[in-house]
Structures are given as structure tokens and as C-alpha cells.
Write a protein that binds this ligand. Structure first.
Ligand SMILES: [Zn+2]
Length: 66
């Protein structure tokens, strides 16, 4: 299950919470305001977009081709 980082827009309280799909936004334990989900950092992709087109061993489009 995914972990999400929630930040309170009012007081800046941060919480790492395990959330299911239909869970509502949690409330700040400090001020009771609704916390906002932080979008997770973009993950590095190995899926070929960084490949210049010649074969390499690090991306899936090249390794599957050869
Ligand atoms: Zn708060």
C-alpha cells in the first residue's frame, strides 16, 4: 500500500500516512485542518526515454530489442 506525505497548509505539520484509495484527507493533529497530499517526487524512469537510440544495456527498449 502506498505511503503518502501529507502537509498541513495551516501550520506545516507533516505526516507520512498509509492511505487507501477511498480514504479522505486526514486532519492535522495539531490544528485540525485538513491536510494536503504531497505529490511524490518524480521517479527515475529506465524505460527508454533517456536512451539516445543506439543500444545500451540500461533501458528496457534496448535490452528487449537485442
Ligand atoms: Zn495544522
Amino acid at each position: 500500500m502506498p505511503l503518502y506525505r501529507y502537509v498541513c497548509p495551516k501550520c506545516g505539520e507533516e505526516q507520512i500516512l498509509l492511505m487507501r484509495m477511498n480514504d479522505k484527507a486526514p486532519q492535522c493533529p495539531k490544528c485540525g485542518d485538513e491536510m494536503e497530499k504531497q505529490i511524490p517526487r518524480v521517479q527515475l524512469k529506465n524505460a527508454g526515454s533517456s536512451c539516445s537510440g543506439s543500444s545500451c544495456s540500461s533501458c528496457s527498449s534496448c535490452t528487449s530489442r537485442s
